[in-house]
Structure formats: C-alpha cells, structure tokens
Design a protein around this ligand. Structure first.
Ligand code: SF4
Ligand code: SF4
Length: 400
C-alpha cells in the first residue's frame, strides 16, 4: 500500500517498521474472514483491514477521533488476522504502536480513564491483586451474583519439588496466575521434575508487562521487561537452559522483549538472549520423552488454543499432540481460530462482546461432550470457567 508518513511519525525510532508494515498490506481483505469482531459486528472498521486504514490515515497526518479509538478498542489483539494474511502484515505490532499515538491525541472520558488507571494500578502487581482477591473471598456471600461468578475457587499453595535435578530451568513469579491458580506452576514443576529438570522460581521477576503494553502504557511495560531481564540474568549466566512460561500470553510478551527493546542500547542484547531462551511449557515437553505420562485414559478433553499460543507464538497442535501422548481423547472443536473473548482485560473493558465470544467458544468446545476443557492461559481459563459447567483446567495440570 502506498504510504507517506507524517513528520511526527518520522521522528519516532520505529518509523521504518511502521512504514514497512503498512506497505505490506495489499488491502485484499482476506483477514476480515477470520476476525472475531468483524464477524460479530459486520462493520469494515471493526475488522483488520478497516483498522489498518484508520491507522494509516493517522500515521499520514490525517484526522483521528474518538471514533477511531472506539474501533481500535474493540480489537482483541488476538492476531487471528496475522495468521490469515497472505502478505505477512504484522498487524499486532502496528496496532500496539498506533494505539499509543491515538491515546496521545484523543482524551478519553474521565470514567474510562479511571477504570483503565485502576486496572493498571492493580493487575500487574501480585501483592495488590492477592489482597483484592482475599477481600473478595471474605466478602463473597454478600457480593452481587455477577462478581461472585467471576471469583475463582481458592487454592492452597503446595510445596514445589526440591531443586535437585541436574538440568535447571527458570519460571517467572508473574502477577495474577500465582494467586488465582498456583496449581499450574506446581504442576509444571512436578512434571519437569519427573523429566529430570528443576524449575526454579525467580522471585524477583514480576508481571511480564503485557497488560501495560497493550493498554498503551509502553514506558511502564518496558520498565517491567528490564526488571525481569535483570532478575533472570544471574541465573542465565549460571547456565539455566530455558525460561519456561505456563501462561501463553506472558510467554508471547517475553518472546517479544527482543523486538520491544531493540532501540535500548543497554538492554537490546540481553533482551535478545532472554527472548531466545523463552519457551512455552508445551515447547519444552514436546522435545522430551513423555512415555512415563502415558495412561490408557478414558477422559475426553476439548482443548482451547489461546490466541497468544496459536496466532502469537505459532504453536498450533503442540499441546494437542502432548495430551494425546499422555493418553487423553481429544474432542473436535469448531472455529478453533476464534478468540474466547478474554484477551487480557478485554472482558472487563468490552463485556458485551466478550460474553458473546465466550458463548460461541463454549458452544464450540462442548460439541464433543468433553469431560474437561483444557487451555494454556490463565486469562482464558478464568473467563471460560466463569460460564462453564464443564471444569476448565490448564493442560499441564492433566499430566500429573
Ligand atoms: S492485512 Fe493482509 S489479509 Fe488483511 S487486507 Fe492487508 S494484506 Fe490483506
Ligand atoms: S487482532 Fe483479532 S480482533 Fe483485532 S483485527 Fe485482528 S483478528 Fe480482528
């Protein structure tokens, strides 16, 4: 697509990247066919091609308004459009960079600013989120039904296996997952221990920065990335093999540290190394002999592949193959490429669209009457479980 960037964009370090992304788009519209919001709303501006057009208009110095912001806000950042695009357009990157510029030019209503501010002040901080959740559990009997439904079941923390294996890998302590569902990382540590690998939790790590990044708070997101790199670095130098991610959303973010810090002369090289050694737990297991986990199981599992796993990290089929090797029976899932509506805090910011997407996703997952729905991301897990009678688990919990 012919593109002439405005002067204010040319001043940015990412201007060449933006230009090449826009030029790659040939405006064919194939991506609209697999975009969840285009399918729901049927509006060209709520599909990838329309959003690219809005962003191009702004980047060329054209008008930008609250309407532009609304169409961008409705995007899930699911990147289903990237999987479909025959020209390899990196829509997710364009959106993240474009959203920040829209944010600086269109002031949101105060209630929206307050809501977003509260989310950013709460979710990336494990201790604050932990406190809020404890309060929620305490007040559960008097909470409105809609909030009660969203409260996850309380889990006790279990002691991890001893760090006595020769092979060592690292785990982020992260933000919400450890409070919401400590059994996920416990399962990962136990499974890896059986395989001769000690999973070491790096206590000084925290939120990966994805929430801030996708909510246009890039400065804070990059500060979190640098702090995580610093926390992991001594372990990397001591020979840790990999950084293991059990939430596909966080895994995608950490894999993108190299790209996000490419212009940081102090961190660019370290970010490259950290990103290169980051693996989803599925990638670790697919390279190991899993025969010791095989049982002749009768359990039927429907796997929901999170967008961050299949579209972001391009790991389609990896988890399904592992579950089959462990003896599970996988049921068919239609429209597996579509987002469940969780998408970070999307379910809180766009509840109506998120509920419609969740309804469709649960229908698709329950087609084969599974005993369990399995997923690979804590956000999807909670979002689906809050409306599902079928138990929803992280797939690694099924391997213990
Ligand atoms: S993003 Fe890709 S699929 Fe979509 S309009 Fe552009 S070239 Fe076509
Ligand atoms: S990221 Fe997802 S919701 Fe956004 S335009 Fe692409 S397919 Fe549509």
């Amino acid at each position: 697509m012919q593109t002439e960037l405005a002067e204010f964009v040319k001043a940015r370090p990412e201007h060449r990247e933006l230009e090449s992304i826009l030029r790659a788009c040939v405006h064919c519209g194939f991506c609209n066919a697999t975009c969840p919001t285009y399918q729901l709303l049927g509006d060209e501006l709520d599909g990838p091609r329309g959003r690219i057009y809005l962003l191009k208009q702004m980047l060329e110095g054209g008008p930008v308004s609250a309407l532009t912001q609304r169409h961008l806000d409705r995007c899930l950042s699911c990147r289903s459009c990237e999987t479909t695009c025959p020209s390899g357009v990196r829509y997710g990157r364009l959106l993240d960079l474009g959203r920040v510029m829209v944010e600086s030019r269109v002031r949101r209503p105060w209630l929206d600013r307050l809501r977003r501010g509260l989310m950013l002040a709460l979710f990336p901080y494990a201790s604050r989120f932990d406190l809020l959740l404890r309060l929620g559990w305490l007040l559960k009997p008097v909470l409105p039904r809609v909030l009660r439904q969203k409260l996850p079941v309380r889990q006790e923390q279990k002691a991890w296996p001893p760090a006595d294996r020769a092979r060592k890998m690292l785990a982020f302590s992260g933000c919400v997952q450890e409070t919401l569902r400590p059994s996920i990382d416990f399962a990962a540590a136990s499974v890896l221990h059986v395989l001769g690998i000690s999973l070491l939790r790096v206590e000084a790590t925290g939120c990966c920065g994805a929430l801030n990044y996708h909510m246009s708070d890039h400065e804070r997101a990059l500060a979190l990335a640098r702090s995580n790199i610093d926390a992991c670095w001594p372990h990397v130098e001591q020979g840790a093999e990999a950084i293991v991610m059990t939430a596909s959303g966080c895994g995608l973010m950490v894999k993108e540290y190299a790209q996000l810090l490419q212009h940081d002369r102090h961190y660019a090289k370290k970010a490259q190394r950290i990103a290169a050694m980051t693996r989803d737990i599925g990638e670790i297991l697919e390279a190991e002999d899993l025969s010791c986990f095989y049982r002749d199981r009768q359990t039927r599992v429907a796997f929901q592949s999170p967008c961050t796993l299949q579209h972001g990290q391009k790991l389609s089929g990896c988890v399904e193959a592992i579950l089959k090797k462990a003896g599970y029976r996988l049921t068919a899932v239609t429209n597996a490429h579509l987002c469940c509506g969780s998408a970070g805090v999307y379910a809180l910011l766009q509840p109506e669209l998120a509920e419609r997407l969740r309804y469709d996703k649960l229908q698709a997952l329950q087609l084969g009457a599974p005993d369990i729905i399995a997923t690979a991301n804590i956000g999807c897990l909670n979002h689906l479980q809050s409306a599902s009678a079928t138990p929803v688990k992280h797939w690694i919990e099924l391997l213990q």
